[in-house]
Design a protein around this ligand. Structure first.
Ligand code: PGA
Length: 259
């Protein structure tokens, strides 16, 4: 994805109703008209709203559109006796617009006990079904306190485990995107400095040469540009600020990219 910035909105378990989801989605669509050329936007709503949003997008669509959808998680089997799970084939079946999954978000790693082995399986199943993957990595505060070398070691270890045994050809052409999301910066308002994010992005690009790298963690309308300004940062993954239409507009229209 050279020169192209990817703006990803992770809605997490929000908003509370499908109606509000469509309303928020419309704010994203409106913002797109002012987006810099070459940038792409992907929205990750709760599973439940994907169909509704595909419908809402069809109603307004002027193609080709840089707007796609993704799921915040995915299971590694396409069907079977797996209560509560949703597989990659089901996601593909919703519509062409659903192109992405997030795997390895720290909230799932920490609160739901998701292991690197599970993440690796989710990643492979997603790619096998033709879905593009945002793989989240990032260190906790106690590691960052030990310094950037410790943070890099932590991220390297996550990448190694999550990508172990996976054919790198599956991840060409930007189909695997790595999101660097330091845990201490997620939902805390504590910013990772752009310089630190750039340094980690460079490091990740050495480890996974073909992957675009996003930064995530308390990004909002005021800070998005400070990350996107750098060539080393291919986009941002936005949580809380993506639920506020004004912030959404600022993030989408304000980003600019350097060749
Ligand atoms: P935040 O979340 O922007 O609310 O910090 C980012 C994320 O968890 O992806």
């Amino acid at each position: 994805m050279p020169n192209q910035k990817l703006i990803a909105f992770n809605w997490k378990e929000n908003p509370a109703t499908a109606r509000d989801a469509v309303r928020l989605f419309r704010a994203v669509v409106r913002g797109l008209s002012g987006a810099p050329k070459g940038s792409a936007v992907v929205v990750f709503p709760p599973f439940l709203y994907l169909t509704e949003l595909v419908r809402a997008a069809r109603a307004r669509r002027s193609s080709p559109s840089p707007l796609t959808l993704g799921a915040q998680d995915v299971f590694w089997e396409n069907e079977g006796a797996y209560t509560g799970e949703i597989g990659p084939a089901m996601l593909r079946g919703i519509g062409k617009m659903v192109q992405w999954t997030i795997v390895g978000h720290s909230e799932r790693r920490r609160s739901l006990g998701e292991t690197d082995e599970m993440i690796s399986k989710k990643l492979a199943a997603s790619r096998a079904a033709g879905l593009r993957v945002v793989l989240c990595v990032g260190e906790p505060a106690e590691v960052r306190r030990k310094g950037s070398a410790a943070a890099r070691r932590y991220v390297k270890d996550q990448l190694k485990k999550d990508l172990r045994g996976r054919d790198r050809r599956l991840f060409r052409h930007g189909d695997l995107v790595v999101a660097y999301e330091p845990i201490w910066a997620i939902g805390t308002g504590r910013h990772c400095s752009p310089e630190e994010a750039v340094a980690m992005s460079r490091f990740i690009k050495q480890e996974v040469p073909d992957a675009p790298v996003l930064y995530g963690g308390s990004v909002d309308g005021d800070t998005a540009e400070s990350y996107l300004w750098y060539n080393e940062i291919d986009g941002v993954l936005v949580g809380a600020a993506g639920l506020r239409p004004k912030e959404v507009k600022k993030i989408i229209t304000g980003n600019f990219h350097h060749g």
